[in-house]
Design a protein around this ligand. Structure first.
Ligand code: PLP
Length: 383
């Protein structure tokens, strides 16, 4: 990688092909994928209905700009909002969706202050990075967008910081990059209630937790929450770049013609893919994700939780964080799992993060549990 900015530390092999939940590298080695390309290819690789939808659109038109009507955008929007009074703004990534949310919240409320949380991740553009609670990735890039405050995630005292001078509160239901930290359901609902009481917009970043990852289309749907704005991206088009900001229709007048825009957002190829993705993510599919998650969690608790190196397991559905003790670096475990033909991720605080494609089978999940158990067990022996 001679002419590429070294913003990523890369593993020394290349994925050249994929099918279902299997990936193949440049040496012909096969892997069971537990990453989904970081929560993106939730419906696996080379998935026929999605590939066909993109190919069909490829033969029609690739790009038209947002100056004309789009049946495809309207279709994807209606699949996202269902029967709710909400509208969608399409863009190309999670960071752009959060950027749009920040701009909309300020314009619609006439207020500027935003409350975000420590260990949150909302992206790397200035707006979204300014709302990200991770000093390490902000280092050297300041000054940031003014008027963004931070509170402690899951802290009851944070409720006192939700005051009527805020434009919005932004949070994740489970903090993905922040170490797979589950939001406490009662706390999240209390935050939602306080936002309503103080007339502060609630923005829920579902970029990682959305698209069926936790067994619902959006993770907030497990709870009694009524977000004003939801942001989505990663899994929405199964790997074709896309982002979406979904907001209550009452906010739409603040995003009139010329107020915000993007050349590529809502691109026909991305919309064709997103339409196929959302058609697959119906209630039966999501129910099946919940069922296999129950099975997976049963074995995670039985086989992985008791291991000497494991401090705890967090997450929900097919979003899992295995928190490792500091005796071993998670990167060593990930490398060990590569040897055993399994791809995994890390997250903050020495966390082994699993985001398997939602189409994975129970027996593949069980296989993964056994390999992870062996690798964690042998890691102690080999120390
Ligand atoms: C990945 C992620 C983002 C940023 O999305 P990009 O597409 O990389 O810009 C924002 N929020 C959350 C919760 C994420 O996991």
């Amino acid at each position: 990688m001679k002419h590429i900015f070294p913003t990523y530390k890369r593993f020394p092999f290349e994925i050249v092909k994929g099918n279902g939940v299997t990936l193949i590298d440049n040496n012909g080695k096969k892997y069971l994928d537990l990453t989904s390309g970081i929560g993106v290819c939730n419906l696996g690789y080379n998935t026929a209905p999605i590939k066909d939808a993109v190919k069909t659109q490829l033969d029609k038109v690739w790009h038209t700009s947002n100056l004309y009507d789009s049946t495809l955008q309207e279709k994807v929007a209606s699949l996202l909002v269902k029967d709710e009074d909400k509208d969608v703004y399409f863009c190309n990534s999670g960071t752009e969706a959060n950027e749009a949310a920040l701009k909309l919240a300020r314009k619609a409320t006439g207020k500027s202050a935003i409350l975000a949380f420590d260990h949150s991740f909302h992206g790397r553009s200035y707006g979204s990075l300014s709302m990200t609670g991770n000093d390490k990735i902000k280092e050297g890039f300041g000054p940031f967008v003014p008027d963004v405050k931070f509170a402690k995630y899951n802290d009851p005292d944070a409720l006192a910081q939700i005051t009527s001078d805020l434009a919005a509160v932004i949070l994740e239901i489970i903090q993905g990059e922040g170490g797979v930290v589950n939001g406490d359901p009662a706390w999240l609902e209390a935050v939602g209630a306080k936002c309503k009481q103080e007339k502060v917009l609630l923005i829920i970043d579902e970029v990682q937790t959305g698209m069926g990852r936790t067994g619902k289309l959006f993770a907030y749907q497990h709870l009694n929450l009524d977000p004003d704005i939801i942001t989505a991206a990663k899994g929405l088009a199964n790997g074709i770049p896309v982002g979406a900001m979904i907001g209550k229709t009452e906010l739409a007048s603040s995003f009139g013609p010329g107020s915000h825009g993007t050349t590529f957002g809502g691109n026909p190829l991305a919309m064709a893919s997103a339409s196929a993705v959302l058609t697959i993510l119906n209630d039966d599919f999501l129910e099946a994700v919940q069922q296999k998650s129950l099975f997976f969690w049963h074995f995670l608790e039985k086989e992985i939780q008791p291991l000497e190196l494991v401090e705890g397991i967090s997450g929900k559905g097919l979003m899992v964080g295995i928190h490792l003790k500091s005796d071993i670096e998670v990167s060593k475990i990930i490398a060990g799992l590569h040897k055993q033909g399994i791809l995994t991720l890390s997250s903050r605080d020495n966390t082994l993060r699993l985001l398997p494609p939602l189409i994975i089978t129970g027996s593949e999940l069980l296989h993964a549990v056994h390999i992870i158990k062996d690798t964690l067990t042998n890691a102690i022996v080999s120390q």
